[in-house]
Unconditional design. Sequence first.
Length: 348
Amino acid sequence: MGLLSDPVRRRALARLVLRLNAPLCVLSYVAGIAWFLALVFPPLTQRTYMSENAMGSTMVEEQFAGGDRARAFARDFAAHRKKSGQAVGLLLALAAHFRGQIYWAKDIVFLVTEHDLLGTEAWLEAYHDVNVTGMQSSPLQGRAGAIQAAVALELSSDVVTSLDVAVEGLNGQLPNLDLLNLFQTFCQKGGLLCTLQGKLQPEDWTSLDGPLQGLQTLLLMVLRQASGRPHGSHGLFLRYRVEALTLRGINSFRQYKYDLVAVGKALEGMFRKLNHLLERLHQSFFLYLLPGLSRFVSIGLYMPAVGFLLLVLGLKALELWMQLHEAGMGLEEPGGAPGPSVPLPPSQ
């Protein structure tokens, strides 16, 4: 307290802070960038793992074989020039297959909407009986209770070369990491090629090529989160505390080809594992960064980089405050005595 109450020592401290402020800002900024770039290397990035015991204890045997029925439904929708006909055809084929099974412990809702995100938001508001955006929608005739998880499917053809997963939701919100781990597990089991941000996953993280490719994927994820826009219909479900992700069938890698049966089996396996849940997904991470589908960076490891970058703002604010304080002290005489006053004009 004596250091701050003594005017001489206080001014000396202020001069020291002002003199070192610029080097400290540069050092903090460089440290933040360096820490962020180091996140993709194995000492900081970790392998993904299943935290929910209900989904990770055993695997299931998928029985979906309705590829022909899905393609027939897709052709019917394509004849009417409907978008996402393949996704709707696969949805109807899965619904017909699920209806004949006896092991379901939960209701499954199949949702087909118009007008992209607007239709999804209108249905969610009607289902939860809220009005967030001011849209008017018809009341629903029935409900299936609290929704625990959702999977949005986007397909553009009967044959896909890979399934790309989108996790970024509204305002950068992310689903529970266990849902993403579940998707990756069934992709690996079925031999499906899965991608993140449209990029293939690095195979070797020990060499320099793996971390560099992971850094590109991680930067794309950060930019998508910074935009604040939902990158798929799943992003609107996250607002209502429903863990969700979007799967897109893409045709960028011609050496790989999968039909609707392979996609349907992966979806069937995911739904059968979600059927075992007794509560909402909560045991894994909600705040993370993904350099790849098999690796993640937890919030405890990337927050120091954010802290170093925010420290620059704090140091600059301290510098401005001290400059204003010194300017205010300069208006007074040394020793605290006020300077000469301006004489008033003589009164009439």
